[in-house]
Design a protein around this ligand. Structure first.
Ligand code: NZQ
Ligand code: ZN
Length: 390
């Protein structure tokens, strides 16, 4: 069992009345609020009006940054930083999914930097210690951004999608009312669900024998919850129980409860971020295509027992099979979940992606070295996995 330090100051307001406390929470940080949101889903479902009412009732002054893109761009974060600097904004309020929350974190970090340029911060690779306070209202159960220290920012001019991280951008509070996700289309529900699943899977294997039992059981419980509730949410978008389970699973999957003592070097995520950087695809869909191929590629005598365990604990396979056969059946169960239950397309070619950039993507995914994990991946390995996804 490895040592770890656990720290998470994010205060969660969960449930139907969560937003009642928004005004009071914002007021703790000042008087001027920048509201950050995406392409308009919150206007269609009425959440925008509720948030504006809460902000105004709190006597706070409101500024807005709208139009945050899925795979949020550095240029949008810079525009938000400019608004913050020009108006001496005190607190950044994200209302949306992971892209909106990540962009708000980028805004908050750039707003206190001299040049106000998020890309300079991203490229420095330094931990983000200082930022304006970020508050999140979550509308999509997926990334965990509402409760973690990461933000992933894209520069489409250079085909780069890179994460920043640090205590400065952990949200001070997050508001999670599962009803806000009722309007999510089935495709986004499926992609979000698989993102949650994969945050756990990427860590599930990493510490190997050093992962202690309680962590494995936590991880399996969250993956089981996704397998159980995602299909319900897809069929019945307004099923509160399903949305609530997915929303809390989203927050738990990446807030470090589930990776305490693991090694945290996310193989599928490293490979997927290249796909969205080059082709602007939906993150969770890219992960669903990559993950079963990754497991197939890393299957060997060392990994087979744990892949089989995934099948037993998460997909309900029977115990007592020959381990290698059990591991293969577990991978088939994962494929059935991704491509039949969630209904996601199976191949990169279905998303009009071919081999053109695989070499460059593989090298960048490995960051000049290798990807750590149950099997260390070189750029050549990653290129092979991309080819298996075609
Ligand atoms: O932009 P709007 O109009 O709001 O529409 C969004 C968007 O089109 C829509 N949506 C969100 N909530 C909705 C809704 N539509 C109807 N009703 C609702 N309640 O869904 C679409 C996708 O939204 P987006 O925020 O892009 O999705 P997601 O939450 O999956 O975020 C993905 C981004 O987060 C990054 C990903 O790489 C990607 O850029 N990640 C962030 C992480 C983090 N900060 O820790 C970790 C993740 O691994 C991930 O990399
Ligand atoms: Zn993810």
């Amino acid at each position: 069992m490895n040592d770890f330090i656990y720290y998470n100051p994010d205060k969660i307001y969960f449930g139907k009345n969560a937003l009642d406390s928004l005004g009071a929470e914002l007021k703790k940080y000042g008087k001027k609020v920048l509201l950050v949101y995406g392409g308009g889903s919150i206007k269609k479902n009425g959440l925008y009006d509720e948030v504006v009412k809460a902000v105004k009732e709190g006597g706070l002054k409101l500024f807005e940054l709208s139009g945050v893109e899925p795979n949020p761009r550095h240029t949008t974060a810079n525009e938000g930083a400019r608004i913050c600097k020009a108006n001496k904004v005190d607190v950044v309020l994200a209302v949306g999914g992971g892209s909106t929350i990540d962009c708000a974190k980028g805004v908050a970090a750039a707003a206190v930097a001299k040049k106000g340029d998020i890309w300079e911060i991203v490229k420095s690779g330094a931990p983000v210690e200082k930022a304006l306070p970020v508050i999140a209202v979550l509308t999509n159960a997926a990334t965990g951004s509402e409760m973690d220290e990461w933000a992933v920012i894209s520069n489409m001019e250079t085909n780069e999608k890179i994460g920043i991280g640090g205590e400065g951008i952990i949200p001070r509070a997050a508001f999670e009312n599962p009803e806000y996700s009722f309007t999510l289309p089935a495709y986004q529900t499926a992609c979000g669900a698989f993102d949650i699943f994969n945050h756990v899977l990427d860590n599930y294997y990493l510490a190997g024998e050093a992962t202690f039992d309680l962590i494995l059981e936590f991880q399996e419980a969250v993956m089981r919850a996704v397998v159980k509730w995602a299909p319900v949410a897809i069929k019945e978008p307004e099923n509160y129980e399903a949305r609530a389970n997915l929303m809390w699973a989203s927050s738990m999957a990446l807030n470090h409860v589930l990776d305490a003592g693991t090694l945290h070097d996310c193989a599928c995520h490293a490979m997927e971020h290249e796909l969205s950087a080059y082709y602007d695809i939906t993150h969770g869909h890219g992960l669903a295509i990559v993950a079963p191929r990754w497991l197939t590629y890393i299957l060997n005598d060392k990994t087979a027992p744990q892949i089989y365990r995934l099948g037993v604990k998460v997909f309900g396979l029977k115990e007592g099979m020959e381990v290698f056969a059990g591991a293969k059946t577990a991978i088939e169960a994962l494929e059935t979940f991704c491509f039949e239950t969630l209904g996601l397309k199976k191949n990169l070619s279905d998303l009009k992606i071919d081999e053109t950039h695989f070499k460059a993507m593989a090298e960048h995914a490995c960051g000049g070295g290798t990807i750590n994990g149950p099997k260390t991946l070189t750029p050549e390995d990653v290129e092979e996995i991309y080819k298996m996804c075609l």
